[in-house]
Design a protein around this ligand. Structure first.
Ligand SMILES: [Cu+2]
Length: 209
């Protein structure tokens, strides 16, 4: 089965051991940088089945160097392999999700903005299911087709590679994650206040002129 076919219905049908994965928006894929950071065995593992999960990998493989590869952040997939696939959003933008659940594992799920440099969620999850997510092979439609709204982020996500939208599903002891790299441009600096004629004292302390 070819990794690149995962987004086609035909490709999905061939993924016999698949569990769940985000089809939209485009999410991180592993490449040379991920191989370098996480090892070839890890990349081959996910190329066999993109919808698999780190706990399965760790049953028969050692934990990669945590400083280079965190299997529990974007599966360990590295930004450097995905630098050409960074979405550009604005606050208020709606991002459409399509999630494929192959095998149900009732659990919780959310889509959050994660700062990958700290592995911290910024703000509140954009959408979350506290329990009962993907509890059946035909989950409620709003668990697999939904949209999230990009919040005000200031300058936090202005640099590509820092922020991702991460779909995170944890069920039956299995962690499923898909990450979408994005930027939101920093707001323009506030304009200089217009000078007020006849109130020279307002500029005291700013200029001696
Ligand atoms: Cu599964």
């Amino acid at each position: 089965m070819r990794f690149s076919t995962v987004s086609s219905a035909l490709g999905l049908a061939s993924l016999v051991s698949a569990h769940g994965v985000v089809l939209k928006p485009a999410s991180r894929k592993p490449g040379d940088a991920t191989t370098e950071a996480c090892g070839r065995a890890m990349v081959n593992f996910y190329k066999q089945d993109e919808t698999s999960y780190p706990e399965a990998f760790l049953r028969s493989n050692p934990l990669p160097d945590r400083n280079k590869c965190n299997l529990f952040l974007c599966k360990g997939y590295q930004f450097a392999d995905n630098a050409a696939n960074v979405q550009s959003y604005k606050p208020g933008d709606s991002v459409e999700y399509e999630v494929y659940i192959r095998i149900p594992h009732s659990g919780y799920a959310n889509v959050s903005i994660v700062d990958t440099t700290t592995n911290k969620v910024l703000g509140s999850p954009l959408v979350s299911w506290a329990s009962g997510y993907a509890a059946s092979s035909k989950p409620p439609a709003d668990q697999t087709k939904f949209s999230v709204k990009i919040p005000e982020l200031g300058a936090q996500c202005a640099t590509a590679g820092v922020c991702v939208l991460q779909w995170h599903w944890f069920g039956a002891g299995q962690t499923y994650q898909s990450c979408t790299d994005f930027t939101v441009a920093a707001p323009a600096a506030p304009a200089e206040p217009a000078p007020e004629h006849g109130h020279g004292h307002r500029i005291r302390g700013q200029s001696r002129w």
